[in-house]
Write a protein of this length. Structure first.
Length: 157
């Protein structure tokens, strides 16, 4: 099996990242109708990711195997809760692995790279966005040491 290389994303990666993200969103929509992508959702995500490439508080890492993006993660640094420690925390909003690719620990490698980046920024904790109905992602994060912290509730009116 060819090696996996983890590196910061570049603009040349954004089309592949956008395609992987869109595939995940379609699956999310099948599991939970509240995920309703816009008709141009993939291009909107790529536009947002383009701005993140230059943001000092955000990193996108890609996993490259056979010269193709096999997964990516988006991590941000955000303020913690006012008056509480830590003053800043890491937030992983995306960790996507190509479901059609070869297995080989890409998710674990991406997570480890994000951890190293956050530690380098003086941050020792992160929160992650994981949909409740994504059992595989839930299992991945729990096996990586994540625990329940807070529920985000959905209200439609």
């Amino acid at each position: 099996m060819p090696p996996v290389i983890i590196r910061p994303a570049a603009s040349r990666d954004l089309l592949e990242i956008g395609a992987l993200w869109h595939e995940k969103v379609i699956l999310l929509q099948q599991l939970d109708a509240r995920f309703a992508p816009q008709s141009d959702s993939q291009s909107r995500f790529i536009q947002a990711a383009t701005s993140w490439l230059d943001a000092p508080d955000t990193m996108i890492f890609v996993a490259i195997r056979d010269e193709q993006v096999g997964g990516f993660t988006v991590a941000h640094i955000q303020p913690g809760w006012s008056g509480l420690l830590p003053e800043q925390q890491g937030v992983v909003t995306q960790l996507v692995v190509d479901a059609h690719g070869q297995p080989g620990g890409i998710g674990r490698l991406l997570l480890e790279t994000v951890r190293e980046w956050l530690i380098g920024q003086g941050i020792r904790q992160m929160i992650v966005h994981v949909p409740h109905r994504f059992a595989i992602e839930q299992a991945f994060w729990r096996a990586s040491g994540a625990t329940d912290w807070m529920d985000i509730l959905w209200l439609t009116f």
